[in-house]
Every structure is written in C-alpha cells, then in structure tokens.
Design a protein around this ligand. Structure first.
Ligand code: PEP
Length: 247
C-alpha cells in the first residue's frame, strides 16, 4: 500500500496579525519555491487573515485551515463563523476539537460531532484533534480517552475525508514532547480504530502535535503511522516552520 503524503500543519492560534502574517509569508514563500517540499503544507491562521493570505498561499502550494467553526449553517449566532464563510475565505480544512477549544471553551464530543457534520456538509475537510490530559495518562487511561473522543465525535460521521491529530494535552505548548514510542503506540491504536470504523480508515492521515520542533520532527515523522505534524509554537517562526517541513 502506498504511504500517505506527510502533512505539516501550522496552527497560529490567536497569534499573528495580518501584517505579521504577510511578513511570515515573505520569508516562507522563497523557501518553499526553492525547495519544493515533498510534504503537504497547511497553515491555520486566525480567520481574519484567511481571505487576504489565500492567493499568496495558493501560489506557493500552501493550503489553509480554519481553527474553528460554528456548528450551525447560518443564522442568529453573533460572533460565530460558518463553514461556508470559511470556505469562501479560502479554507480547505477546519481544526475541530483542539484541546484549547475542549478545555477553555468546554466543547464536548457531542458539539464536535455537530461541527464535524457542518464541516462535511460545507465541503471542507476536518482535522479532528484528540488527546489525553497528564492526569489521564498517569491513570493509564490515555488510550481509552482518545478512543472515546474518536468514537463519540465520529458517531454519525458521514464524510469521506478526515484528518486526525493526536495531541496529548500535556505536550501542547509545554516544551514536553511525547516520546516517539508514545506517539507510535497511540497512532497504532488510532489507526486500528479508523480501520474498524471506515472502509477508508487506512487513508486517514494521523498527525502528531505537541511541542514539535526542528529538533524532534525527524524522529517523530519516522514513526510508523505518524503521517505528519500539527505544530503550534514552532509554526510562528517561518525559519523553524520551514526546517520542520524539510527535515
Ligand atoms: C497545537 O497548538 O496544536 C500545538 C501542538 O502547539 P505546540 O506545538 O506549541 O505544542
């Protein structure tokens, strides 16, 4: 079976204004044009940057993801952004269930199932994030938690395209990285789940996220079933992001 094309996705979170995003691209573009990386590159800026950055990103082969979306299609939901709006602004993907959304905004797997439905209905590809807390890992419940997040949020999933990102909560923004062995073991469990759930489960890219950086990217990317990385902090700097793309 052909290996999946690896993906490097950068999540800018609530960082980088439009002018800072443009400066980032000023540095990224020449690097990408010179090296033509074999990996797919995705950037998830704040939604206010999507429409403006889209043409430049498209020209250098970078696809855009939104960091979140509304579960509803349209209507009286002040402050929310629909999938149709994100698509019109140039997004091809939407992050669903990032641990910061789960923890800081109390997003449940039931709500995430609705968001997944909205993303599929709107014609975009979801990047579903899952991951256990440190306490859950210490209790030996990491696999159970991740598989439950997957089965609850994907309960009624009717899409034909999906990306999963395994992001142990204790490794996000902390400088702590899961060992390549931790990542390998969890990704194997996720793959087993996906193969059991979907006829096309083998084709779902599974990304690892959590303090990925130039110094650990190669080892993580060499693990079986690690089909790419979701990068936070190191994706704010075009030099380190480029280094990760090319390791
Ligand atoms: C993330 O936000 O998805 C992430 C993995 O962040 P960091 O790389 O900073 O841990």
């Amino acid at each position: 079976m052909a290996a999946l094309q690896q993906i490097i996705a950068g999540n800018w979170k609530m960082n980088l204004t439009l002018s800072q995003g443009r400066e980032f691209l000023d540095k990224l573009e020449p690097g990408l044009k010179n090296k033509k990386p074999a990996r797919k590159v995705i950037l998830a800026p704040n939604f206010t940057l999507l429409a403006t950055l889209f043409p430049r990103c498209a020209a250098c082969g970078v696809e855009l993801a939104a960091q979140n979306c509304a579960a509803e299609e349209s209507g009286a939901f002040t402050g929310e952004t629909s999938v149709a709006m994100l698509k019109a602004a140039g997004a091809a993907y939407v992050l669903v269930g990032h641990s910061e959304r789960r923890q800081l905004f109390a997003e449940s797997d039931q709500l995430l199932a609705q968001k997944l439905h909205a993303v599929v209905a709107g014609g975009l590809t979801p990047i579903l994030c899952v991951g256990e807390t440190l306490e859950q890992r210490r209790q030996g419940a990491a696999v159970e938690v991740v598989l439950r997040q997957l089965s609850d949020s994907l309960m009624d999933f009717s899409g034909a395209r999906l990306i999963v990102a395994y992001e142990p909560v204790w490794a996000i923004g902390t400088g702590e990285t899961a060992t390549p062995e931790d990542a390998r073991l969890m990704h194997a469990e996720i793959r087993r789940f996906l193969q059991g759930r979907f006829a096309w489960g083998q084709d779902v890219p599974i990304l690892y996220g959590g303090s990925a950086k130039p110094g650990n990217a190669a080892e993580l990317l060499a693990q079986p079933e690690v089909d790419g990385l979701l990068v936070g902090g190191a994706a704010l700097n075009p030099d380190s992001f480029l280094e990760i793309i090319e390791v």
